[in-house]
Design a protein around this ligand. Structure first.
Ligand code: SF4
Length: 181
């Protein structure tokens, strides 16, 4: 384990990109926040990110033919270093994990739990209890396409889409929460 971590840190220091031997063969899950961060950093929409870098219905980043993460570059390390997901950050530098990533992950987890509770209540309703009409979304579904839902929500309300990513995430979370009301 020590050898592995030494090698990891050596590679991370060499590339300056915090990406090392954990990347080959690793399966990295994304939250909606991370999807939006990476897409924004690449200058593409979340829909394009899902289409290009993730399998349909999956919340996991694709790997290349050699088994390395789709964003792993042998020469440069992580190609999305500034916006790399929480799991990549916390592996090497747990004490340096940005609070914003943790907070957004917590917020989305709460929303997903609420959807699941509503879904269970709906199922109970089908058998005679008090139900909710809301199906529980899977993480690898439309819930990761942040830009589409934000655009829909802004159009409904006659609002411009904010250029600030954190403001768009607030709108995304509000849209998910309001669907439960
Ligand atoms: S996103 Fe970057 S740091 Fe994370 S596994 Fe892929 S290449 Fe490595």
């Amino acid at each position: 384990m020590t050898d592995f971590m030494d090698e990891y840190r050596r590679r991370a220091a060499e590339t300056g990109a915090g990406c090392g031997p954990q990347c080959p063969g690793n399966r990295i899950p994304l939250t909606p926040y991370e999807t939006a961060r990476i897409a924004s950093g690449l200058g593409i929409t979340t829909g394009e990110l899902l289409h290009r870098y993730m399998a349909v219905g999956s919340a996991i980043l694709n790997v290349k033919e050699d088994g390395t993460c789709v964003f792993h570059s042998e020469d440069e390390g992580c190609e999305v270093h500034q916006d790399r997901p929480l799991s990549c950050r916390s592996f090497l530098e747990p004490a340096d994990t940005p609070g914003r990533f943790v907070e957004r992950a917590r917020q989305y987890r709460e929303v997903l739990r609420a959807w699941r509770r509503a879904s269970l209540a709906r199922d109970a309703g089908e058998t005679g209890g008090t139900g909710s009409p809301h199906p529980a979304p899977e993480l690898g579904s439309w819930i990761l396409d942040v830009d589409s839902l934000v655009a829909e929500r802004c159009a409904e309300r006659g609002m411009p889409i904010p250029p600030d990513l954190e403001a768009r995430i607030d709108i995304h979370l509000a849209a998910l929460r309001s669907a439960l009301e």
